[in-house]
Design a protein around this ligand. Sequence first.
Ligand SMILES: Nc1ncnc2c1ncn2[C@@H]1O[C@H](COP(=O)(O)OP(=O)(O)O)[C@@H](O)[C@H]1O
Length: 188
Amino acid sequence: MALSREGLIEAVSAQMPAKRWKHTQGVMESAVVLAEKYGADPVKADIAAILHDVAKYWPVAEMEAVIRDNGLNIELLHHDKQLWHSEVGAFVAERDYGVSDSEIINAIRWHTSGRVGMSLLDKVVCLADYIEPGRDFPGVEYIREQAQRSLEEGLIAGFDSTISLLLSQRRVIYPLTVLSRNDLIVQL
Ligand SMILES: Nc1ncnc2c1ncn2[C@@H]1O[C@H](COP(=O)(O)OP(=O)(O)O)[C@@H](O)[C@H]1O
């Protein structure tokens, strides 16, 4: 059964350290602001933001088991483990927290990698994750400026910063993020 908003907050905040919950509160704030600015549903943006990192602190073996046992995206297992929590989070939001709205589930699922053909809500939650007030990584101010221009400009700047960081560290890039970034450029 679906939990109330307060029930969700209580359950999700108990699954993560205080610092990550503070980040989540920042994403909630930014997601609602972006939703209102760009015409997405602020109530859905808020719920997706509350849940977006619900699986972030799950043990790796448990995330892997959920992905394997439930026919989720197996390809992720060949990529950075940091990418797994979005897929697992989307699954548990539905299974354990009773979220049945597919727009919310998708915004959770695609909040790290992006996807080709991101929905309005996907864009809002993914961009809010980059620019929430607690973020202070190099380049975040530029992403915030671009977010004022459009969701697409903000996300391109966000994905570019992730891709640049991964390149500079000689790490594997999950290809969907490159495809998402290209897809957003085509939409400009
Ligand atoms: N396309 C990608 N390919 C490989 N690794 C990625 C990709 N996107 C994100 N990551 C990794 O996942 C980490 C977590 O991303 P995210 O969940 O958005 O950030 P945070 O943990 O700061 O909320 C990034 O810091 C990066 O190491």
